[in-house]
Design a protein around this ligand. Sequence first.
Ligand code: AMP
Length: 302
Amino acid sequence: MSLLVVGSVAFDALESPFGKVDRTVGGAATYFAVAASFFTHVNLVAIVGEDFTEEHANIFARRRIDTRGLERVPGNSFFWAGRYSDNLNERVTLATELNVFETFNPKLPEEYRDSRYVFLANIDPTLQRSVLTQVRRKPKVVALDTMNYWIERTPGELREVLRHTDVLMINDSETRQLSNEHNLLLAAKHIFKMGPKSLVIKRGEHGATLVDSKGVFCVPAFPLEEPQDPTGAGDSFAGGFMGYVASAGSTTDAVLRRAMVYGSVLGSFAVERFGLDRLRTLKKREIDARARHFLKLTQFRL
Ligand code: AMP
């Protein structure tokens, strides 16, 4: 089952207590696509500049990600720089240079228009909506990520695309901000009125929570002794989650619960090394082994 992702492909400069890289391939759509590619065929829509070479695009080729929707235009690619605190829990953005991203107007290649699973990574909600209008048939699942910037600046546009969203995947502070509710269960009720049927709240080192009409399901973050760089953890989580859902071809409660585990598995691998370094070498058998480890982490008897 084809999974379409639309979002940023970028160069990132990253700094954490464990090291520093000046320029490495990043972007929300990149992390998502690579993570999801372990489960299903991925169609990528994004924009890059002339500085993004064939060698950089190798990350997609090696994972057999379809890049017919990766537009290359004159200018520089989106650039983002961030620094993490000692405990990796806080991050400051040092630079955001939109460059060619400023003119991004996603156009779906003909071959992508039948995608049945869609992930709208964090971009302008007007562009997220325009992607959905280009998909021919109503997709089986539309999942969406957003951030405080869009919640504050374009609430009307965000509301409009949320009406067409099945799964909203955001972090706890965004959940509270969007709903004006501190309690996450009340926040979920509020958000369901906006359109989404499921809410996945990403909670960093505290794992993730799925809330839907069936109830609540929590998955922990995989305990790691030395995570190095949290960049892209949320997007990798989303990639594992949606990749698994697309490969399963349904959204039963059992599928969504397993998707939460695969999301957490991919997020945990992403943070083990800088940038995409760990996901580049990852093998499906390592993913499956870690998913089995989650059983041990969470099973108990009464
Ligand atoms: P996350 O750690 O999940 O916030 O994702 C980090 C990735 O998102 C980095 O690789 C950045 O290149 C990308 N990114 C940072 N800011 C933005 C933005 N405003 N819009 C789209 N992508 C962004």
